[in-house]
Design a protein around this ligand. Structure first.
Ligand code: SF4
Length: 419
C-alpha cells in the first residue's frame, strides 16, 4: 500500500523543513518538501532529498545488534529493552542514577529532540555534559550580553536596509535564508559579506570584505572605535541599556583602523566606510556564522560584534540585531524537559570539552571540580567517538560506526519516525 506521510527533516538544521514522504511496503519511494510549510514552501535541499539514500543504504543497520564473544549478532527489540532495563537497574542499585553517562548531541531540533534527557530525568538523573563543542562559546557570549540568545526570524531581513552576513555562507548551508537574502537584495537592501574566503555567498551577493581568519573581533572593535570617536553612536540606547560603556571605550583605543588593519588585513578606509554605513543605517541586521567562535577567545569575538550592534542602538527593532542563533522557540520546546527535572535525585555535569578526561578519571584519580570522582558504568553514546573502558556501552546509530564498534549494544533508530 502506498501512502504519504508528513514528517520533519531529521537533520541538525535551522530550516526544519517539513517533508511529504511517499512510503510503499515500508520502503521510502520519494521525499518532497511540503508546499504548505510557511518558511520552506516545498523547497528542500539535497541533504534532505538524499535521506532516501540513507534510508535504503545497504550498510544501514536493519536490526539492533548485541556483542557476543563471537562478535556482533542480530537481536530483537524485546531483548534490547530487557538488557538495557537490567543494566540500568543494576547500575542504579550500585552507583545511583549518576553512574550512567548520557552522551548525546543534536539532530532534529523539534519537540522530541530532548526525549532522551526526559527519559533519564524521569529515571532520577544521569551524568551529562554542559555547553557544546559546536556553538557554545557564542551562546555563552550572547547570554552574557543580552541575557538570552534570541535571534530574529529569518524573514525579518526583509525589514533591513543593510544586512551584514558575518562569517556565514548561506548559499551552501541554508538555502531558505539565502533565498530571503536574494529577495532582500532585489528590494535594494545592501548586503555585505564578511568572510576570509570568497564563499559562494560572497561571490553571489553584495560586497565582500575579506579579513584574516580569526580576526573578526578586531574588525568589530575597530568599527565600534570609529562609531564612538566620530560620535555616531546611539547615546540614548547606551544610557538606557549598556553597562560599562566608559571602560569599553577605553578598550577601543587599541583598535584604531590603522592598527586593526594590520591585524585583520582589511584596509583602514574599508573599516571606516563599513562602520559609518552600519551606524547610519536605519535597520541593519548582522547575521553571524559559527566558525568565528571556534577559536581561542571565540566567545569574545561574538561579544565584540554584539557590542558593535549595541553601541549603534541596532538591537531590539525590526530588521536589526546581532543574530547568532535562533533560540526564540527553545523555552517552549524545552518545557517538557524542564518539567521532567522534578524527578532528578542525583546528577552530575561536566563541560563538554572535558569529555576526554572521563577516561582518565575512571582509570586514575584525576579530578575535575565539577565532576565528583565516581566511576561511569554505563554509557549512552549517541554521538561522537569516545572510547571508554566502561562496563556497558549502548550506542544509537544507523550505521556500525567506529563508536558503535566499541559498544555492547547497538540500537538501530529510525531515519524518520516511520522507519
Ligand atoms: S534545508 Fe535541507 S537539511 Fe535543512 S531542514 Fe531543509 S531539507 Fe533538511
Amino acid at each position: 500500500m502506498t501512502r504519504t506521510v508528513p514528517v520533519s527533516c531529521p537533520m541538525d538544521c535551522f530550516d526544519l523543513c517539513r517533508f511529504l514522504v511517499t512510503v510503499s511496503d515500508n520502503r521510502i519511494m520519494d521525499i518532497k518538501g511540503d508546499p504548505a510549510h510557511p518558511l520552506t514552501r516545498g523547497i528542500i535541499c539535497s541533504k534532505g532529498r538524499d535521506l532516501i539514500q540513507r534510508h535504503s543504504h545497504p550498510e544501514r543497520l536493519q536490526h539492533p545488534m548485541v556483542r557476543k564473544k563471537s562478535g556482533f549478532v542480530r537481536t530483537t527489540y524485546n531483548e534490547v529493552l530487557d538488557l538495557v532495563a537490567a543494566t540500568l537497574t543494576s547500575v542504579h542499585a550500585r552507583w545511583g542514577p549518576a553512574g550512567v553517562l548520557n552522551y548525546t548531541s543534536d539532530g532534529y531540533g523539534g519537540a522530541k529532540n530532548r526525549v532522551q534527557s526526559i527519559f533519564f530525568n524521569c529515571l532520577g538523573g544521569d551524568t551529562r555534559f554542559t555547553g557544546s563543542l559546536c556553538w557554545g562559546a557564542g551562546m555563552a557570549a550572547q547570554t552574557f550580553d543580552f541575557g538570552d540568545v534570541r535571534g530574529h526570524l529569518p524573514e525579518d531581513i526583509l525589514n533591513s536596509d543593510l544586512v551584514i552576513v558575518w562569517g556565514r555562507n548561506p548559499k551552501a548551508t541554508s538555502l531558505h535564508f539565502y533565498s530571503l537574502l536574494k529577495q532582500a537584495e532585489k528590494n535594494n537592501t545592501r548586503i555585505v559579506v564578511i568572510d576570509p574566503i570568497q564563499s559562494d555567498t560572497a561571490k553571489s551577493l553584495g560586497t565582500h570584505v575579506a579579513l584574516k581568519p580569526g580576526t573578526d573581533a578586531a574588525l568589530a572593535l575597530s568599527m565600534a572605535h570609529v562609531t564612538v570617536t566620530e560620535n555616531r553612536y546611539d547615546r540614548s540606547f547606551v544610557q538606557d541599556h549598556i553597562l560599562g560603556f566608559d571602560r569599553f571605550c577605553q578598550y577601543l583605543d587599541r583598535f584604531d583602523p590603522e592598527t586593526a588593519s594590520r591585524i585583520t588585513g582589511v584596509s583602514p578606509d574599508t573599516i571606516r566606510k563599513l562602520a559609518r554605513e552600519y551606524a547610519a543605517a536605519k535597520a541593519p541586521g548582522i547575521w553571524m556564522g559559527y566558525g568565528m567562535q571556534r577559536y581561542a577567545s571565540g566567545g569574545n569575538t561574538v561579544r565584540s560584534i554584539d557590542a558593535l550592534a549595541a553601541v549603534c542602538g541596532h538591537v531590539g527593532k525590526p530588521g536589526t540585531g546581532a543574530n547568532y542563533a535562533a533560540r526564540s522557540l527553545a523555552p517552549l520546546l524545552n518545557r517538557p524537559e524542564k518539567n521532567s527535572k522534578a524527578h532528578v535525585t542525583a546528577s552530575r555535569t561536566f563541560p563538554a570539552p572535558m569529555l576526554g578526561f572521563l577516561q582518565a578519571m575512571n582509570q586514575s584519580h584525576c579530578r575535575h571540580d565539577t565532576l565528583p570522582r565516581q566511576s561511569i558504568k554505563t554509557a549512552d553514546l549517541n554521538a561522537g567517538s569516545p572510547q571508554f573502558s566502561l562496563l556497558y556501552r549502548v550506542v544509537f546509530d544507523h550505521f556500525m560506526t567506529d563508536t558503535a564498534r566499541h559498544a555492547n549494544l547497538v540500537y538501530k533508530p529510525a531515519v524518520f519516525e516511520q522507519g
